[in-house]
Design a protein around this ligand. Structure first.
Ligand SMILES: [Zn+2]
Ligand SMILES: [Zn+2]
Length: 414
């Protein structure tokens, strides 16, 4: 006969290592509905939301349904000179294959469909499992997957891309937002509601408790290794985390060198991304090629100031700002210039948060290429700059991930 799982009573204290500065923090009497920030670097350590697991399950489930529905109908319908064309989510990707831009299609497929779907499924599965008395198989792996996929799911950026495309062509022809667009909006809203209620540390400690894992209370000045995945504190000679079995490392291996290499790669990609056309337009037999900056100037001249600004900020300012900020962090982490540690930590969080949004113009190109196909009357084709640009965004996201923010605080703790 199977014995029922031994549920440990929750201890009245909670110890964790800050994800960004590695400070050992003890929280006592941590109430539902409250959150805790790191006293040293200000990073939000953990939040205990009210009814978190039920809410996450409900929101992620409804989000999955809305995502499914958004595959079925057209996103945008476009008509000009008596011709009409509707485009679905899948078409905006498959058109790239027809145009011969297979690598761009692969990137688009992963960041707008595969990763958001996998992200949602792992959130749904993990939190469903955590709301049961006996956790389901594979809960550990699905919790780890959430941490990885959060950087690569770009569905909300795709939504902004649809809106920008809509406004861009509204002046040229009649465009209508289709049923799938509204379903996609609901998908993004429920997905964001689910994500807001998730918390890495709370999820792992619930899992540990369900599995009967008994943690040790550490003395607060002990030399420790904070697990990067579940924030559990491990003794310094441990190779793998006692609670989630992830490989422990004091700092990311060769963090600064890797970040530099990725930054240099992204600077190299930045050149073709900006000098090669991002798309080509054929209007009544006449072909014009647009670079990113050229597109911004045309929009500005036509009086579409908000869209011109969005594209300029997302495609020009953000990537340059991100590359400069990460370069600065690499330099100052090695201790050659002085900037306050707290500001550096904030700068790092900013680069992590905004970097992905540069992808918006690539999505706009994908949507326009799929939608505007009226032969010689008006057609839009992708340009080589779009692929270079998408790769540049991916490389800068990797650069932000490879930088270890704990390096900023190292001198202090030594
Ligand atoms: Zn901290
Ligand atoms: Zn761990």
């Amino acid at each position: 006969m199977e014995s029922s799982p031994q549920i440990q009573p929750k201890p009245n204290y909670d110890q964790l290592a800050c994800h960004e500065c590695d400070l050992l923090v003890e929280l006592s009497q941590f109430q539902e509905g409250s959150k805790a920030c790191c006293p040293r670097c200000g990073y939000m350590l953990t939040a205990k939301h009210i009814n978190a697991y039920q809410r996450v399950v409900a929101f992620s489930f409804s989000s999955l349904i809305f995502l499914f529905l958004s595959f079925l109908f057209p996103f945008l319908t476009f008509s000009a000179q008596g011709q009409e064309r509707a485009v679905t989510l899948i078409q905006s990707i498959s058109v790239m294959v027809d145009e011969g831009y297979i690598s761009l299609a692969v990137v688009l497929f992963f960041v707008t469909v595969a990763f958001p779907l996998a992200y949602l499924l792992s959130i749904f599965y993990s939190y469903l499992s955590l709301s049961l008395v006996r956790p389901l198989r594979g809960t550990q792996s699905s919790l780890k997957l959430i941490g990885f996929l959060k950087h690569w799911s770009m569905a909300e950026i795709f939504l902004i891309g649809i809106l920008v495309s809509f406004i861009k062509i509204a002046s040229l022809a009649e465009v209508e937002l289709g049923l799938s667009f509204w379903s996609f909006v609901l998908f993004i809203l429920s997905m964001s509601a689910a994500i807001v209620h998730t918390d890495q540390h709370q999820a792992w400690s619930t899992l540990k408790q369900r599995l009967g894992f008994r943690g040790k209370r550490h003395s607060i000045n002990l030399e420790h290794l904070g697990c990067h995945v579940c924030l559990t504190i491990n003794e310094k000679d441990k190779g793998r985390c006692v609670s989630c079995d992830s490989v422990l490392h004091k700092r990311n291996k060769n963090s600064i060198q890797t970040t530099w290499a990725l930054l240099i790669t992204s600077i190299i990609l930045y050149l073709p991304a900006n000098f090669l056309p991002i798309m080509r337009t054929n209007f009544l037999g006449e072909e014009t090629a647009n670079t990113i900056l050229g597109g911004v100037i045309v929009l500005w001249q036509h009086g579409s100031y908000p869209i011109a600004l969005i594209i300029f900020i997302a495609s020009v300012l953000v990537p340059v700002g991100k590359i400069v900020a990460l370069g600065l962090l690499c330099l100052t982490a090695q201790g050659t210039t002085k900037t306050s540690k707290y500001q550096k930590a904030k700068l790092y969080r900013w680069t992590e948060l905004v970097g992905r949004w540069s992808m918006v113009d690539v999505f706009v190109v994908a949507i326009l290429v799929a939608l505007i196909k009226l032969g010689n009357i008006m057609s839009i084709y992708p340009g080589a700059g779009a692929l270079a640009f998408a790769l540049m965004v991916i490389v800068t996201v990797l650069a932000a991930i490879s930088f270890d923010p704990r390096l900023i605080w190292d001198e202090e703790s030594e």
